[in-house]
Design a protein around this ligand. Structure first.
Ligand code: ADP
Ligand code: MG
Length: 331
């Protein structure tokens, strides 16, 4: 199967699916460029994330789930900006053009794309190590994008959903932790099929003062907000939302999963304390639970209090691909 046959068979859509492309998509796959037309008054929000075998996913992952995750992590970035997704491109490098891989990969990709009403408008295909790079484009009313730089002293810190399940599943895969079969199925879903919080991000426009999505771990990603906003924060460990399985871990592992975990793809955001009702209304609109986990301080730095109100001294770092793993350094 040649490159163009592959694109035609698996990635170019005709009929109803193509006709359902959002109105902002003027031209999709097949020409040298796709053409997009954001509506008047809208800004184009663009984000790109690459998934590399062995680094971001295990070779055993099902192709559907790999495709889902490649698109989901990108949609999560749009969500963190409060942007409404329009379209995406796919750059795919793979050892060979294998139908047994491509058919389920395309299925997983379009299932999530259709759930968000977005179109695949282009990409690139090449032979090489398995590597999936998606670029998403969305629109947001000019000036209303949620940024990392807007947190102010006194704001509450919020997080959507729950934290740590993806990291727990990863450790089970690595053989460092064990859980029951049912728990593993749930946590594995969190790792392989994250649900980007797009509706929540859109609902938080004009409500949240800052936002970031949690890809590298709570502490690391909150650190980006603190740095961009020139503020500090105090988090209450006991309030961090998690599954029973994560709550049942010993304290060092629980902290690893909750604080340094990575791959949560929840939204972390801040809002003035006077906006609690608006935050809860946005969460209800989006159908996603949100939890207040701390507050923004004028004093720089990140402080963590345990259930007794005592300062926790864990090294406050996130996941950095070019740094050593954090697990060994957590007490
Ligand atoms: P060019 O050489 O002009 O960059 P290509 O020949 O690589 O274009 O691709 C032909 C068309 O197919 C283009 O519209 C391109 O965006 C699209 N395309 C290529 N690979 C993919 C892919 N994996 N998924 C979606 N569209 C793709
Ligand atoms: Mg060209």
């Amino acid at each position: 199967m040649g490159e163009f046959e592959l694109i035609d068979r698996f990635f170019r859509r005709n009929g109803a699916a193509a006709a359902n492309a959002p109105s902002g998509v003027v031209l999709g796959i097949g020409d040298d460029c796709a053409l997009l037309a954001p509506r008047p008054g809208m800004q184009l929000a663009v984000s790109c994330d690459m998934l590399v075998e062995g680094r971001h996913f295990l070779s055993t992952v099902a192709p559907e789930m790999l495709a889902h995750k490649a698109l989901a992590v990108n949609l999560s970035d749009l969500a963190a900006c409060g942007a409404q997704p329009l379209a995406f491109t796919l750059a795919l490098s793979m050892p060979r053009a294998d139908e047994a891989f491509l058919a389920p990969f395309a299925r997983g990709l379009f299932a999530l794309a259709d759930a968000h009403g977005i179109a695949l408008v282009g990409g690139d295909t090449t032979a090489g190590p398995l590597n999936v790079c998606v670029t998403v484009m969305g629109e947001v009313p000019a000036g209303q994008a949620l940024r990392r730089s807007g947190a102010r002293a006194g704001d509450r810190v919020w997080v959507s959903g729950r934290l740590g399940d993806a990291r727990l599943a990863l450790e089970v895969f690595r053989g460092t932790l064990t859980v029951s079969g049912d728990v593993f199925a749930d946590t594995r879903r969190a790792m392989e099929m994250p649900q980007p919080r797009v509706a929540l991000g859109v609902a938080l426009r004009g409500v949240a003062s800052s936002a970031v999505d949690l890809s590298d771990g709570l502490l690391g990603d909150l650190g980006h907000v603190l740095k961009a906003s020139h503020v500090g924060a105090t988090l209450d460990e006991a309030t961090l939302p998690c599954s029973d399985a994560v709550a049942a871990l010993d304290i060092p592992w629980r902290r690893t999963c909750l604080l340094h975990g990575g791959d949560d793809y929840e939204l972390l955001f801040t809002a003035p304390a006077a906006s609690d009702a608006a935050v809860m209304a946005a969460a209800a609109t989006a159908g996603v639970p949100v939890t207040a986990i701390g507050r923004i301080d004028a004093e720089p730095g990140l402080r963590l209090r345990d259930a007794q109100g005592q300062a926790v001294g864990a090294p406050l770092r996130g996941f950095d691909h070019f740094a050593a793993e954090t697990t060994a350094t957590v007490p």
